[in-house]
Structures are given as C-alpha cells and as structure tokens.
Design a protein around this ligand. Sequence first.
Ligand SMILES: *Cc1c(COP(=O)(O)O)cnc(C)c1O
Length: 378
Amino acid sequence: MSGFVFTEKPITIQSGDGPYLYGADGTEYLDFGASYACTPLGHAHPAVTEAIQEQAAALTYVQGSYPVDVRTEIYGKLAAVAPGGLDNVWLCNSGTEANEAAMKFARAATGDSKVVATKRAFHGRTMGALALTWKQQYRAPFEPLPGGVEFVDYGDGEALAGAVDEDTAAVFLEPIQGEGGIHPASAEYLRTAREVTDEAGAALVFDEIQTGLGRTGTLWACEGAGVTPDVLTTAKGVASGLPMGATVVADWVAQDSGDHGSTFSGGPVVCAAANATLETIVDENLAGHAADVGAYLRDSLSTVADDQDLPVREVRGEGLLVGVEVKRGANRVLKNLALEHSVLALPAGRTVVRLLPPLTVEKHHADAVVDAFAEVVG
Ligand SMILES: *Cc1c(COP(=O)(O)O)cnc(C)c1O
C-alpha cells in the first residue's frame, strides 16, 4: 500500500501533536487526513497517552475469558453510545474483521446466506469483506471470492427493494460512502433499507467504520436519518489508532450468532485507549464540534470555489467527512497541498479530495486548508 506522497517524495513522520504532524526534517504538517480517520482526537492526546501508559504498566494482555475492568468498561461504553437497542458488543482488531463478524452473525441468525451490498462500497480486504467491496482492482487478483453477494446501485431504493428477498441474510451499507467518493445516502434511502430488511427478516448492517464516532456531526451517521440498523460496525478511530474494531448487534442477531472468536480482541491496552477516546468524544461533544467546523469548512470551500471560479465540481459530505470533487485528478492536488503547503489530505477515487481531519480542529485550521486548496487548484 502506498499513497502518492510516499511513492514520489517520501514524507517521514516522527511525531504528532493535536492536528499537527512533524517530519524528520522538522516540517510541520497540518493533518487533514487523520490517517483515514484513525486519530479523531488528534495526535498524542494526553488522555489517550496516559491511559495507554497506565494500562501497559499494569497489564498488557490476558486472554479474553478473564474479565478485565477496562474491557468490561468498553463493552458498556460502546453499548451506551450505540444507536438504541444495539447493546451486544463483539470486539476485534480491525474494520474488515468487524464486517466479517457482521456477515457471519447475520448468516447464523437468519439461516440465510445471500448478502446485498452496493456499487462503490468499501467494506475491507479480507476474503469475506472483500466479497462485499466493489472495486475490481481490489477483488480481481483474489477471485473466486465467497459467493452469494448481489450489488445494487447506491441510493436507488427500488433496486434495493428488488434485490432483498426471503433468502437474504443481510444488507450492508455505508451511510456515507467513504472510499467510494464521499457519497451521502438520503434519509429516505436508509429508511427504505430498514423497511425492506424488516419485511424480509434480513439484518440491516451499517458499516460506520469511517462515518462513526462523531465524524458526521452526530455520534453515528445513521442517527441523522433516524434509522437504527440491526448491526453496526466501527473501527478506525475507536481506540485512537490502536487496533480495535467492534460489531454491535441487536438481541435477535446476538441470540443465534454462532461461534466466533479472536485471540487478541479486547486486549487491555487497546481497551484503555478506546475508553479514553470514547469518553473524550462524548464529554467534549466532539460530534457537535464536527458539525460546526465541518459546515464552516464546506461553506468556505464552496464560497472560494465560486468566487475564484475554481475547477471544482462539487463539495459534499457531512460534518468533518468532506469530499471535494475536482475537475482534474485529485492526486496532483494532494501532492501540491502536501509539498507546497504542508497540508495532508486523502483521495477518495480519482477525482475526489477527501478531508477528514481530527474532530478537534478549529475554524482557523479550516481557513488554512481552504487557502492552500484555493492556491493549489486555482
Ligand atoms: C477502512 C474501512 C474498512 C476496513 O477497515 P480496516 O481496519 O482497514 O480493515 C471498512 N469499511 C469502511 C467504510 C472503511 O472506511
């Protein structure tokens, strides 16, 4: 895996502080990629650092069958923040594993095997999750993948209703497609997904690995639409960059979810980092902050694009999950942002510049990025 910055001019990162990263040569970078949303509190947040240090000194690992306070605590915290009625938590070590578990649990609980996913979807790269991921570049070398997956156009309620039937175990959706180009679903589409899965007795799975934890302005993107899934997956920033994923499921799915396990899941150090992360996100209302700063960032980008007649097709997203579709390649923009303005961002496909900074960024950081963007694109 290599991004453009790393193939053309390696940027060696040595340390971080809040929204900033520092290169080996002393360069200060403004981090508007948050390493794919893995650092919601920014870098080296004192609450997370302290929690990791304390836990590492007390107990680094013990097998999951012995209850440990920090693990019990994260089970409770995740159940408490998850959308209503989802309070059975299964921990793992990454996003793809959280989706693997979701697929296994849905199949076991329904006794069915068919899964419906969407075009442009990204759900991970292990074999099961890869079978739900759309991009041919990721899939083709590894075929045949597990079968029984049907892809429908994202956002098309009729197509979804047509694909879901009594043999369907699950529908997998990202409430906002991330990797696929920052495409938000309408509330109506998510409600249709809820209705057709209810009717068919299938599990509705929301992959909130990129959209969750306050990024879109609410703790979970599905809250905005008022739709609760049967299964929700999270990972990325949940433990501030230490490896943790979680699959949170409704009772009817948990009751008959089969046998599944993972040796490292819920390790004490990772749990301590996750407890500190979730506590900070909730206590400091970083979802509300993301809504404010995100709206400001999107408005500023749209305004500057209009005023300066920049080659920008669209600014979209929710909260601090922002996509700017440019008329020419995104990679050139990203390279110049990094090398000329020390602003780090991400692509989402060939033409979309993806901005997903730590949730703690302020409006003046947004201003700096908008200025740099206007100069690079203009
Ligand atoms: C990153 C991502 C995944 C995969 O997570 P990994 O931890 O890389 O396995 C799955 N779904 C979505 C929406 C993601 O953004």
